[in-house]
Design a protein around this ligand. Structure first.
Ligand SMILES: NC(=O)C1=CN([C@@H]2O[C@H](COP(=O)(O)OP(=O)(O)OC[C@H]3O[C@@H](n4cnc5c(N)ncnc54)[C@H](OP(=O)(O)O)[C@@H]3O)[C@@H](O)[C@H]2O)C=CC1
Ligand SMILES: O=C(O)[C@@H]1CCC=N1
Length: 280
């Protein structure tokens, strides 16, 4: 389905680049069917054009009529301006896909024409290497065909999970922001390596391979993390001592709070943009 489609990114930052990279690597559609535009940074557009072969241009140059799917990839606070700027240039059958944290399908619908095809998604930056965990929420009037098209596109970037919109804030806390927690964990493990004389590049490889192996075990063995953890933990051994320290320093709660705070921030962004700020 994708091979004859044309997509346009409105926004050319980290997330747009990760998604472009995923689609190009998947070779499901030619680069010349991908348009990318941003607010003002012309150098960034040239960079994406030369790296991926996509068409980089200003929004006024965008061939709106031939685009099947517009991808909103600016900061959430820019959503309203962006939606209003395209509203009168698009047909209701063209799909507007948003990756913006906190921007609800209702918000999109309210700023577009009635029956506009809208989809809210939450990828992460691992889209770059086709390993995102991406959520999809279908807008109220979106057709199954359009959901299928969006799913096909997002599968170029990793695994896709169709969810209900009331699950999106927590999904964002888990998977949209999730890579950052794992990077933070790795940063701190690297720090210990460095303090103990390890060369940065080497210790980074060791930690990444360890994390990759652990994630792959969960995915491939169908076993719960708690049970896999038990298998690493010998009585009175090194792991038991390490895990005890995690418990002593409230590691589990810190991780849970990271997810909850991110989820809450997602909810808060929605409220702020509706004009009513809620306190967490
Ligand atoms: N980064 C991540 O891990 C993830 C991000 N997201 C969501 O993706 C969105 C983008 O994040 P990220 O890529 O990190 O942000 P960046 O700041 O890296 O990029 C934002 C981009 O939006 C462009 N922009 C701003 N206003 C407009 C506009 N009106 N029309 C078109 N383009 C515009 C900017 O252009 P210029 O530089 O010219 O101003 C820039 O290219 C956010 O809403 C975020 O919630 C979702 C999942 C993960
Ligand atoms: O930090 C953010 O708000 C975005 C959304 C999820 C990941 N990055």
């Amino acid at each position: 389905m994708l091979e004859n489609k044309t997509i346009a990114f409105l926004g050319a930052g980290s997330m747009a680049e990760s998604m472009i990279s995923g689609v190009i690597t998947a070779e499901k559609m030619p680069a010349n069917q991908i348009y990318v535009t941003n607010k003002s940074n012309a150098n960034r557009l040239l960079e994406l054009q030369s790296k991926y072969g996509v068409n980089a241009l200003t929004q006024s140059e965008l061939p709106f009529e031939k685009v099947d799917l517009f991808i909103l990839a600016m900061k959430p606070k820019g959503a309203e301006e962006a939606l209003l700027s395209i509203k009168d240039k698009i047909r209701p059958d063209q799909v507007i896909l948003s990756v913006l944290a906190g921007i609800t399908t209702q918000f999109m619908q309210d700023h577009l024409n009635k029956d506009q095809q809208v989809v809210r998604v939450m990828p992460n930056t691992s889209s770059m290497i086709q390993e995102s965990a991406t959520a999809v929420v279908a807008g109220e009037t979106v057709t199954m065909g359009h959901v299928k098209l969006v799913t096909e596109l997002l599968e170029c970037m990793g695994k896709v999970f169709i969810i209900e919109e009331d699950q999106m804030d927590v999904f964002t806390g888990l998977a949209g922001s999730g890579p950052a927690y794992f990077y933070y964990l790795m940063e701190n493990m690297e720090r210990v390596g460095a303090e103990n004389g390890w060369e940065e590049a080497k210790v980074r490889q060791i930690i990444a391979q360890t994390m990759y192996g652990a994630a792959k075990m969960v995915l491939e063995q169908g076993e719960a993390p708690a049970s896999l953890r038990e298998k690493v933990t010998s009585p009175n051994g090194t792991t038991a001592s390490g895990v005890e320290a995690l418990i002593k320093y409230n590691g589990g709660e810190a991780i849970a709070q990271a997810v909850l705070h991110a989820a809450n921030r997602s909810k808060e962004i929605s409220k702020e943009l509706e004009g009513t700020i809620v306190t967490p």
